[in-house]
Design a protein around this ligand. Structure first.
Ligand SMILES: Nc1ncnc2c1ncn2[C@@H]1O[C@H](COP(=O)(O)OP(=O)(O)OP(=O)(O)O)[C@@H](O)[C@H]1O
Length: 248
């Protein structure tokens, strides 16, 4: 679990996309929340996933994580429809799922044992997210930001090739945001992939390479930050124009 290793997928040469979303549709009853959505996530890139409230971002990320069953279409992670290996895919979508009566260390320890990961990794991820000092406290006493850090720590346990984060900066203080930014860029430098949703476009613009923008479950735009922005149009401007001012 050496964080300086390059990922198996990165070492294997030309890759399939890290994540492929193909014609994904999700309906709840008569309501279509994701509508024939297709996009790919480049290997080794940091991809920002944006859309106004209710656009369908969490639903799509849950489908990537295998937590939501598509009504139609499919999602592939590293070319596979089902991935349960935390070394391939790590996911943090609130709530983090830890029992409130458990300590963070016990929660992460149980996850590590279940996944067959070395226990030593628990201390490493607690340090990575800056939660060492609170590791022996019960999760029920945690603030939103601390729960976010714990969810991130759990997603990082397997040092996954593909990391999926839903609104990871929600509730984080500036220092924790900086730490997360460094962590994500460091992953990209060694070929690991991150897909993250965010409402804070200007914050996310600092770390993303690629952008996927959806609204009402449909793709509005996908491309690199360079492709989408210009000297006169920031990511905020592009988003605002595409979504007619509905907030991210
Ligand atoms: N289990 C469910 N049953 C019915 N409707 C659902 C369910 N889950 C989500 N939805 C609806 O699907 C739509 C998309 O929700 P989703 O949480 O994916 O959007 P989002 O882009 O993540 O929103 P936000 O930015 O507000 O977090 C919303 O209208 C939501 O009410």
């Amino acid at each position: 679990m050496n964080s300086s290793r390059s990922h198996p997928a990165a070492a294997a040469g030309p890759d399939p996309a890290a994540v492929t979303v193909e014609g994904l549709t999700k309906r709840y009853g008569r309501t279509t929340v994701v509508d024939r959505l297709s996009f790919t996530v480049r290997s080794g890139a940091v991809t920002g996933f944006f859309g106004p409230n209710g656009a369908g971002k969490t639903t799509v990320l849950k489908a990537v994580a295998g937590l939501v069953r598509p009504t139609a279409g499919r999602v592939l992670v590293r070319g596979r429809a089902t991935v349960s290996d935390p070394r391939v895919l790590g996911v943090h979508i609130e709530p983090c799922g830890a029992h409130p009566g458990r300590t963070a260390r016990a929660h992460l320890g149980a996850l590590a044992v279940l996944a067959g990961l070395p226990r030593a990794r628990v201390g490493e991820v607690l340090e990575l997210v800056g939660l060492e000092d609170a590791a022996k406290r019960r999760v029920g006493t945690y603030s939103l930001g601390m729960r976010q850090r714990l969810g991130l720590a759990a997603a990082l346990l397997g040092d996954p090739d593909v990391l999926v984060l839903d609104e990871p900066v929600n509730g984080l203080d500036p220092q924790a945001i900086r730490r997360l930014r460094t962590l994500i860029r460091e992953r990209a430098q060694r070929g690991a992939t991150t897909l993250l949703s965010s409402h804070l476009l200007s914050e996310a613009a600092r770390i993303v390479d690629d952008v996927v923008i959806i609204d009402q479950g449909r793709l509005l735009r996908a491309g690199t930050v360079e492709e989408l922005t210009s000297s006169t149009a920031s990511l905020d401007d592009v988003f605002h124009d595409l979504t007619e001012g509905r907030s991210a």
